[in-house]
Ligand binder design. Structure first.
Ligand code: ATP
Ligand code: MG
Length: 138
């Protein structure tokens, strides 16, 4: 089933110069880039995006990190996009990520882990709508 997911190349990966290499992995895996933009986000914007984690001990640190520099926001499309991107990303903690995954190759820590991908259809719909307007998704 053709599906869309929200992905972010996180500030650590942008800062480290991995944007192009990560986009190449995404391309090679067969995703179509529906929309893309480089942007710096505020701490409140990061807090709204990660609201589901607001009770977690790492919430303040995570939202500080996400607002620490430019990131790449993308809407990606392919069959089974949500699960396939999660597989391509690898485990949250790069120490546990499988060989060949984006986090294994490009992430430095459990927080600064290079890439985000929506984890379910409902979260993908929320996350895409959070960052993109309908006219940007044609
Ligand atoms: P993402 O939602 O970014 O795609 P994920 O679904 O693999 O990653 P979540 O459990 O949703 O992981 O956590 C969201 C993000 O919060 C992680 O990607 C990571 O940047 C950060 N994070 C998760 N767990 C920790 C932790 N124990 N310490 C610090 N940061 C964490
Ligand atoms: Mg998540």
């Amino acid at each position: 089933m053709l599906q869309r997911t929200l992905s972010i190349i996180k500030p650590d990966a942008v800062r480290n110069g991995f944007t192009g290499a990560i986009l190449a992995e995404i391309h090679r895996a067969g995703f179509r880039i529906v929309a893309i933009g480089k942007q710096s986000i505020s701490k409140p914007e990061a807090e709204g995006f990660y609201a589901v984690h607001s009770g977690k001990p790492f919430f303040d640190s995570l939202t500080g990190f996400m607002s620490s520099g430019p990131l790449i926001l993308m809407v990606l499309e392919k069959d089974n996009a949500i699960a396939d991107l999660r597989k391509l990303m690898g485990a949250t903690d790069p120490a546990n990520a499988e060989e060949g995954t984006i986090r294994k190759k490009f992430a430095g820590s459990i927080q600064e882990n290079a890439i985000h991908g929506s984890d379910a259809e409902e979260t993908a719909a929320f996350e895409i709508g959070y960052w993109f307007a309908g006219y940007e998704l044609i």
